[in-house]
Design a protein. Structure first.
Length: 350
């Protein structure tokens, strides 16, 4: 018999907006239903996988209802609740952020969706480095299809041969670092409590993350925001496009990234939030609210890189259309000359 859990949330919590607030809501094993405003998510629990259907029937600020596909004991239900709270960020108070950057108070922005576990967030971050967004989605799909439908546990990935992971899950050069990261988590080398403790300085957290296999500046900054630390910017090619198109910055990518750091510095410990809310607002201005996106269509093509490809394709299409019109006009003229040679000769002489 299914179990129903109720999660309390802040008065401004809006499930569609706050789930569809960061790209990971589109990554397997998450499945957003834009018609029902419902998130379907299998979660690994102590006694196995349970698939959760997550809704907010009463709307903004009302309790979130989670219905599982099987019965949960009291202990397992508590585990599920803890993981769901982490994923949905229902304990995240964004009032300080809204004081620092009031632009986002009215739309209620500030919470960013994440995974039920830090390990999944780390692997998703690695899968998002040096690759197109559709490639990231495909990689996460394969990890779930091949290894675990609720996302691979550290113990499962730690036992995998890197070559097998590359061949079956399409992780490419990330194969060894994914296995090494899994082993780090599996042997207890990650102190999540210390990383999440607000009293731990950001500088120390960043330094620690940079010692992990394959974790560079971008990945470290992204993992930090997934830990609730927003003082670092995770900058990539999408950031440079945002700087050029929205903020009007010019120059080489490296110089622009330095200017972005300066631009968002006034937002202090919330700089990533301010940056991301701007970027996400741009996506939504182009594609509509994220909670309306179909995962298999818009959810794969919302990034700036795809906008540029679409624009290039439209320009090419218009160019072809103009060329076709010119050829049609020329063909019509030739036909006219053949049918009415005398009249055509007079027109040409005139």
């Amino acid at each position: 018999m299914p179990t129903t859990l109720t999660l309390r949330c802040p008065a401004d919590y809006d499930l569609p907006r706050d789930v569809c607030s960061y790209g990971y809501f589109l990554c397997a094993p998450n499945l957003w239903d834009p018609d029902r405003h419902r998130l379907i998510r299998p979660i690994e629990l102590a006694d196995g996988v349970a698939t959760c259907a997550i809704t907010q029937p009463g709307g903004i600020g009302t309790p979130i209802r989670v219905r599982t596909d099987r019965s949960l004991t009291r202990v397992v239900a508590a585990e599920a609740r803890s993981k769901l709270v982490r994923m949905l960020r229902t304990d995240d108070d964004v009032s300080e952020f809204h004081r620092v950057d009031p632009r986002w108070k009215a739309p209620g922005r500030g919470r960013m969706f994440r995974s039920p576990t830090l390990f999944e967030d780390v692997i998703k971050t690695v899968s998002n480095c040096n690759i197109s967004w559709p490639g990231t989605l495909k990689m996460n799909e394969r990890l779930c299809e091949v290894i675990n439908p609720a996302f691979p546990r550290a113990a499962q990935l730690a036992r995998r041969a890197p070559a097998s992971l590359r061949a079956r899950c399409g992780v490419g050069y990330r194969d060894e670092r994914i296995v090494e990261l899994a082993k780090l988590f599996e042997r207890g080398g990650v102190d999540e409590a210390w990383l999440s403790d607000p009293s731990t300085p950001d500088e120390e957290v960043e330094a620690e993350l940079r010692t992990w296999p394959g974790i560079g500046p971008y990945a470290a900054a992204n993992i930090m925001q997934l830990l609730g630390r927003y003082s670092r910017l995770a900058l990539d090619t999408e950031s440079v496009r945002h700087a050029r198109e929205v903020l009007g910055m010019i120059g080489e990518s490296k110089a622009i990234m330095k200017r972005l750091e300066d631009h968002y510095a006034p937002f202090g410990d919330h700089k990533f939030r301010s940056y991301w809310c701007e970027l996400w607002a741009f996506y939504e201005a182009k594609k509509g609210p994220a909670w309306t996106w179909e995962p298999k269509t818009t959810g794969r093509t919302f990034t700036r890189a795809h906008f540029e490809r679409d624009q290039a394709a439209q320009r090419k299409k218009k160019s072809r259309r103009r060329a076709d019109c010119a050829l049609s006009a020329l063909a019509a003229m030739m036909t006219y000359i053949q049918i009415f040679p005398t009249t055509a000769q007079r027109l040409i002489l005139c």
